[in-house]
Design a protein around this ligand. Structure first.
Ligand code: NA7
Length: 544
């Protein structure tokens, strides 16, 4: 226990922890299990009313994983992966929540998780080398370490449309969906936003509502998921070779196991490329298409071949040529905004009860009590769904009043753009770690493969600090700057910078523009982390 635990006045001695984790999603749950097993006293604080993080909040209709569930699941426990039965190739939100509830029960995690509670503030105290953590229930806790497992896509972009307060119908942000669900039967619905979320909502709601009007700002490339039930035979086959499958996932830059090594597409005749894309399209999902060639996200030529292929698919699918053209992305490379994975997205525009409005041609003027006023007319609606995205990667961390040494705030430290040594730790903020921080590759691959390795990495670091007897560990400024420069350098070798996406912070007004995740892939990232550990925590300084 820190020497002056009682000096805080408000801190109960029982409320002193080795590690406080903010967030009980995939990351927070595994952190709790792994660190508790290593003998640390851990508390997880979660704002939601249940565990699951993104899968707790994103309960909108059609919410579904777009990495195959046999891979988007924990590998750390053989019993867990053998007993759990995935019923679909891509599990829906409810099934993923059931899975995470099962994980919480199976490993007896709930006793150390505080639900319905937010971490409001975390202030580092240099004299006692610990964090004072203030929570929304008025408690003040003390912890040697803090880990932000707050999720890369959890801080929502609030709808700030003029007139929204006067809207007489119901409106929802996709990531703050009501527990009891929404009845769309016979309703006139507007959906604003056509990213991964909108692409999942629109086909689902179109089957229920009287009419759906989609207000699109940027058309997206989307590929079919080809979701289907998992047969017992297929699941048994996966389970029989799970260990090998997990190893292959960890050896792939994307964190998914197949297909194996890729060839570049540059110079390959167009016909051959298209035949290859066609096979990927038939397989479905990101695996089939983005991994068709190794250079899709680095070669303008190969990327444009694939983009043309997808544009042709849109033209073939959507009957009305004007609607098809509105839905066709033309001015940014495929993948520069996150590639969407859908079930009947483009087909949905053939339904008579679906209308598409391009808000560049016909801008939203304001929300009215009855609906949405655009430049050319009024759309009467009962329900508005905002699928307008998130303040990605840094948003949830910046929502917390985090103060490091000498009162430095994280907002100030990241004013010119975020940086973190290996995406993991920030100079000036000792004993604090980030799970999916800026400069980590999490969102560009299978986040579960990533986070299992990240949790192992953090656990290894904490064990080293403990056995060293150090009071603090802090990222060095030079290491942080070097990694931040490397992140931008790697991104500049790709086409990622050519899209106005949340990858670069372009979706949030005033957010510094720079590539937020690490585009070097999971394998390279973890090799860097392992080298850091082997070199005796290179880039970190420890104090006794
Ligand atoms: P995204 O991918 O950020 O998509 C948000 C969508 O909302 C996108 O089409 C935006 O258009 C649109 N948007 C945002 N603000 C507006 C306004 N003011 N007017 C009209 N349209 C707007 O968020 P998602 O929730 O779909 O997906 C986030 C990630 O979650 C996803 O990548 C997966 O990893 C899971 P824009 O493209 O900015 O022109």
């Amino acid at each position: 226990m820190p020497q002056d635990a009682h000096a805080t006045g408000s801190a109960d001695p029982a409320e002193v922890y080795d590690v406080i984790v903010a967030g009980a999603g995939f990351s927070g749950l595994f952190l709790l299990h792994r660190l508790r097993s290593a003998g640390f006293k851990v508390l997880v604080i979660e704002s939601g009313g249940g565990v699951g993080g993104t899968w707790y909040w994103n309960r909108y209709p059609g919410a579904r994983c777009d990495v195959e569930s046999v891979d988007y699941s924990f590998s750390f426990d053989e019993g867990l992966q053998q007993e759990w039965v995935w019923t679909e190739r891509y599990a829906g939100q409810a099934e993923i929540r059931r899975y995470l509830d099962h994980v919480a029960d199976r490993f007896d995690l709930r006793r150390d998780i505080r639900l319905n509670t937010r971490v409001d503030a975390a202030h580092f105290r240099s004299d006692t080398a610990d964090w004072l953590v203030h929570t929304s229930d008025g408690a003040t806790l003390i912890s040697r370490f803090c880990i932000m497992a707050t999720g890369p896509l959890s801080s929502i972009k609030p709808p700030d449309f003029e007139g929204l307060a006067d809207f007489a119908g119901q409106w929802y942000h996709s990531a703050r969906w009501p527990q009891e669900g929404v009845d769309f039967t016979g309703k006139r619905v507007a959906v604003i936003g056509t990213g991964s979320t909108g692409v999942q909502i629109i086909p689902t709601v179109a089957k229920l509502a009287e009419h759906v009007t989609v207000l699109q700002r940027t058309p997206n490339y989307s590929i079919p998921a080809r979701n289907r039930p998992m047969s017992k035979e297929e699941l048994d086959e996966v389970k029989a070779t799970y260990a090998d499958r997990r190893v292959r996932a960890r050896m792939a830059a994307s964190g998914v196991p197949n297909p194996p090594v890729l060839e570049p597409g540059e110079g390959v005749p167009e016909d051959e490329k298209r035949a290859h894309f066609e096979r990927g399209w038939a397989i479905g999902g990101v695996v089939g298409i983005l991994r068709a060639y190794s250079d899709i996200i680095t070669s303008t030529e190969v990327n444009e071949s694939l983009a043309r292929f997808v544009r042709d698919k849109i033209a073939d699918t959507v009957h009305d040529p004007v609607t098809a053209e509105k839905l066709t992305p033309r001015d940014y490379p495929l993948g520069a905004k996150r590639l969407c994975v859908d079930s009947n997205y483009f087909e949905t525009y053939n339904r008579p009860n679906v209308t598409l409005i391009d808000v560049n041609a016909d801008p939203i003027v304001r929300i009215t009590p009855r609906g949405i006023q655009t430049a050319t007319g009024h759309i009467d609606v009962d329900i508005i769904v905002f699928a307008i995205g998130f303040d990605a990667i840094t948003g949830a961390v910046k929502e917390i009043d985090i103060r490091g040494r000498e009162g430095l705030t994280i907002q100030d430290h990241w004013r010119e753009g975020p940086k973190a040594h290996l995406g993991l730790a920030v100079n000036g903020f000792p004993n604090m770690f980030l799970m999916t921080g800026p400069g980590s590759p999490a969102v560009l691959g299978n986040v579960v493969t990533f986070l299992e390795q990240q949790v192992e990495m953090i656990a290894t670091i904490l064990e080293m600090v403990r056995s060293d007897g150090a009071r603090t560990i802090e990222a060095e400024q030079e290491a942080e700057n070097t990694w931040a420069a490397h992140v931008q350098e790697i991104a500049s070798q790709t086409l990622f910078m050519k899209g106005k996406s949340w990858f670069i912070g372009a979706n949030i007004e005033g957010k510094p523009v720079g590539f937020l995740p690490y585009a070097g892939g999971l394998v390279r990232y973890h090799a860097e982390c392992e080298a850091m550990v082997e070199a005796g925590l290179r880039g970190f300084s420890l104090t006794k």
